[in-house]
Design a protein around this ligand. Structure first.
Ligand SMILES: [Ca+2]
Length: 142
């Protein structure tokens, strides 16, 4: 996911998994946005293009980004490039999200992503949001 030009990118409750190079990159100092409740793991399996094989590559102005309650884990070269490690800041974690399988990516009941999302965002069952694609008001059906 790349934010170019003067784009506003609003990214919530996604799974960014197994992309060739980086998972997410603010790509311009004019771009800005919100990155909340996403799982960004195991990216960078293929060297190509200019993006490094990392989870988050800051190639913009980090001050213009809200970044909270994400799991960034096990990306090939490193989780963060050109930005300080966000682990333990604003609810961001660096842990295995404990999927039940690698096709539906449902969370195991003891997953650290359960009820660990932004506290002002709720799931359809009324609980605090889960991190990942099954969390939040527009989460996939479980
Ligand atoms: Ca929940």
């Amino acid at each position: 996911m790349i934010a170019t030009g003067s784009a506003f990118m609003d990214m919530a409750n996604n799974l960014v998994y197994h992309n060739g190079n980086c998972g997410i990159a603010p790509w311009s100092t004019e771009s800005r946005g919100r990155i909340i409740n996403n799982i960004i793991i195991e990216n960078g399996w293929k060297d190509e293009w200019v993006c490094p094989c990392v989870g988050i590559w800051n190639y913009g102005d980090w001050a213009k980004w809200e970044f909270s309650h994400n799991i960034v884990w096990n990306n090939r070269e490193e989780n963060y490039r050109a930005i300080w490690d966000q682990t333990e800041i604003n609810g961001n974690l660096s842990v295995d999200p404990l999927f039940s399988d690698d096709s539906t990516f449902h969370l195991q009941p003891n997953s650290p992503a359960v009820d660990a999302g932004h506290p002002e965002i709720y799931d359809n069952d009324g609980t605090r949001s889960d991190i990942g694609p099954y969390g939040g008001p527009q989460g996939f059906q479980k």
